[in-house]
Each structure stands twice: as structure tokens, then as C-alpha cells.
Write a protein that binds this ligand. Structure first.
Ligand SMILES: *[C@@H]1O[C@H](CO)[C@@H](O)[C@H](O)[C@H]1NC(C)=O
Ligand SMILES: *[C@@H]1O[C@H](CO)[C@@H](O)[C@H](O)[C@H]1NC(C)=O
Ligand SMILES: *[C@@H]1O[C@H](CO)[C@@H](O)[C@H](O)[C@H]1NC(C)=O
Ligand SMILES: *[C@@H]1O[C@H](CO)[C@@H](O)[C@H](O)[C@H]1NC(C)=O
Ligand SMILES: *[C@@H]1O[C@H](CO)[C@@H](O)[C@H](O)[C@H]1NC(C)=O
Ligand SMILES: *[C@@H]1O[C@H](CO)[C@@H](O)[C@H](O)[C@H]1NC(C)=O
Length: 253
């Protein structure tokens, strides 16, 4: 994995040719969007969740974490689909990089579900953790920590049995450093290539114990976060976020 990561850092093209099985299926696209502000809230065609778009004055975000109970995703419109629940630093308005970790919640047309835990330093690809598996009903914690603008750690833990996977990441190139300007807790309809995967009915994801660490050693909750609702079209798929409490937000399909 270390060698593969080195190659990724130097050439996205090379990695896709030489090491395609290391790339998480379907996760080659950037996860980066600016959410349009509408009068009664923020809406996105592919994001649902909570975002802090600026750290308190004089600080930067250095970590983002939360816990959730893994839902059983269901089919929408009888189709196989997927969504990803993740936490990250710099995923919204900051453009250069995103440090993120999450779990893909996928369902086949026959209703069977599967889960992949991954980490990513955008614009590099996402990789699956090889040393943790996820079941519906597991309580998991997700965290990303930036140890410097160009290094960090992603961790996912099964809180119920303590099984834990961690990965040290580095910025894929010198322009992809973190600014610590956004913190986010998201369920996303992510992209494969340049189009969105079919969104599944992810059910309910409630991020609890959500917090963002600051560079001065304290942390903040999400009660002042912007809530984003995912609406894909007039009639169809949407998800709704509740107003966050200090450390929780509930996202429902
Ligand atoms: C994701 O949503 C953003 C705005 O919310 C939009 O700019 C972007 O085009 C969307 N991505 C796709 C692939 O639709
Ligand atoms: C860190 O910054 C936050 C936000 O400005 C502030 O509330 C807190 O008191 C600061 N903590 C320290 C230890 O400086
Ligand atoms: C997470 O821990 C619980 C409790 O031990 C266990 O039942 C579950 O299977 C674990 N999940 C995985 C994917 O190992
Ligand atoms: C997950 O957490 C919830 C709330 O703390 C708890 O009620 C539930 O028993 C936990 N589930 C597992 C599998 O540990
Ligand atoms: C909440 O998360 C922090 C780390 O951010 C952890 O130390 C603490 O144990 C968690 N609390 C609960 C109740 O899970
Ligand atoms: C809404 O989106 C779904 C899936 O993307 C699509 O199948 C459906 O035709 C869309 N409906 C409208 C009214 O655009």
C-alpha cells in the first residue's frame, strides 16, 4: 500500500493503469462541491449533512469526528444504489484538498447490502481500508486528524467490538495542502467517473458526538453548522437534515 500511495502522489494516470485494483470501485471522482444557498436552507443535488464553513477567528480545523449507527440501505426505484457517509476537513468551500474518511452504504437490486470503509486525500483517489469490515447495526466512529497541512490520519472504529483501522495520509502534491477552513459531516451521492451513482435509500444516518478540533487545542460542536439537504429533482430522491443539536445531526432519506 505504501508503494501504491507513492505512485498515486506522483501520477493519477499511472495509478489508474497500474494499480486499478487498489482504487476503490467507483470512487475516482472528487468529492467537492459548493452548496448553493437558497432562502430556506442549503440544497445540493449530492450532499446532505452539516458543514462549518469557517473556523473561529485565529484558528483552523485540525480534526473532525463523529459516530453513527450503520443503517441498512434500501433500494430506491427498484435499482441498485449507493451513498457514502463521511467526515472531512476542507470539503466544501476550500478548493485545494479534502481529508476524509467514510463508509459506502450500498444495496443491490435484490436488496442485499454491502459496506466499504475508505479514506481519501482529495484529489488523490479513495482507498478501502483492508483491515476492517462493517455490518449494518454496527456503531462506528469516524475521524480525520490533520497533523500538518500535508499529513493526516484517518480512522474508523467499530465501537461495539473495538476493531479499528487507521491510515496515515499525505498530501498527494504540493498544491493539495489543507487549509483547515471547513469541517463537514455528510451523506453523499458520490460520483463514479463524472456522474453520480444511483442514490440508494440510505435510511437514517444520525451523526452523534460530532465535533471539530481546533488548532488551539479546543473543539467545537455543530450547532452553528449549515445544514444541507439533498434534493435531486422535483419529484424524487431527497434527504433532509434536522437542525443540528450541539453534537448531533439526523439525516434521513
Ligand atoms: C454536486 O452538487 C454540486 C452543487 O451542490 C454541483 O455543482 C455538482 O455539479 C454536483 N455534481 C454532480 C455530478 O451532479
Ligand atoms: C480556542 O479558540 C476558541 C474559538 O475562538 C475559543 O473559544 C477558545 O477559548 C480558544 N481556546 C484556547 C485554549 O485558546
Ligand atoms: C462490530 O462489533 C460487533 C460486536 O462485537 C459485532 O457483532 C460486529 O460483527 C462487528 N462488525 C464487524 C464488521 O466485525
Ligand atoms: C449503538 O449505540 C446506541 C446508542 O448509544 C445503543 O443504544 C446501541 O445498543 C448500540 N448498538 C450496538 C450494536 O452496540
Ligand atoms: C466522543 O468522541 C471523543 C473523541 O472525539 C471521544 O474521546 C469520546 O469518548 C466520545 N464520547 C462518547 C460518549 O462516545
Ligand atoms: C428524478 O431522479 C431520478 C433518478 O436520478 C430519475 O429516475 C427521475 O426520472 C427523476 N425525475 C424527474 C422528474 O426528473
Amino acid at each position: 500500500m505504501a508503494i501504491i500511495k507513492t505512485i498515486v502522489m506522483n501520477s493519477l494516470l499511472l495509478i489508474s493503469i497500474l494499480c486499478s485494483d487498489a482504487v476503490v470501485a467507483g470512487r475516482e471522482a472528487p468529492i467537492n462541491n459548493e452548496v448553493s444557498d437558497k432562502s430556506n436552507g442549503d440544497y445540493s443535488s449530492n450532499w446532505s449533512g452539516a458543514v462549518l464553513n469557517a473556523p473561529p477567528s485565529g484558528t483552523t480545523f485540525t480534526s473532525v469526528s463523529a459516530e453513527f449507527s450503520v443503517p441498512t440501505p434500501g433500494v430506491a426505484d427498484n435499482e441498485a444504489g449507493s451513498s457514502a457517509a463521511w467526515v472531512g476537513i476542507d470539503g466544501n468551500t476550500y478548493q485545494n484538498a479534502i481529508l476524509q474518511t467514510g463508509i459506502d452504504l450500498s444495496v443491490n437490486a435484490d436488496g442485499s447490502a454491502s459496506f466499504d470503509a475508505w479514506y481519501e486525500w482529495y484529489p488523490a483517489y479513495a482507498y478501502d481500508f483492508s483491515d476492517i469490515s462493517i455490518n449494518a447495526g454496527d456503531n462506528v466512529s469516524l475521524s480525520v486528524v490533520s497533523t500538518s497541512p500535508n499529513s493526516g490520519i484517518a480512522t474508523i472504529e467499530n465501537l461495539t467490538n473495538g476493531q479499528k483501522a487507521s491510515q496515515i495520509l499525505t498530501a498527494p502534491d504540493s498544491s493539495s495542502t489543507l487549509g483547515g477552513q471547513n469541517a463537514e459531516w455528510i451523506v453523499e451521492d458520490y460520483e463514479v467517473g463524472s456522474s453520480l451513482v444511483t442514490l440508494d435509500n440510505f435510511g437514517i444516518v444520525t451523526f452523534t458526538n460530532a465535533s471539530a478540533g481546533l488548532s488551539n487545542g479546543t473543539s467545537v460542536g455543530i450547532d452553528s453548522a449549515d445544514v444541507i439537504n439533498m434534493i435531486q429533482n422535483e419529484s424524487g430522491q431527497e434527504s433532509e437534515g434536522t437542525t443540528p443539536g450541539d453534537d448531533r445531526i439526523k439525516l434521513g432519506y
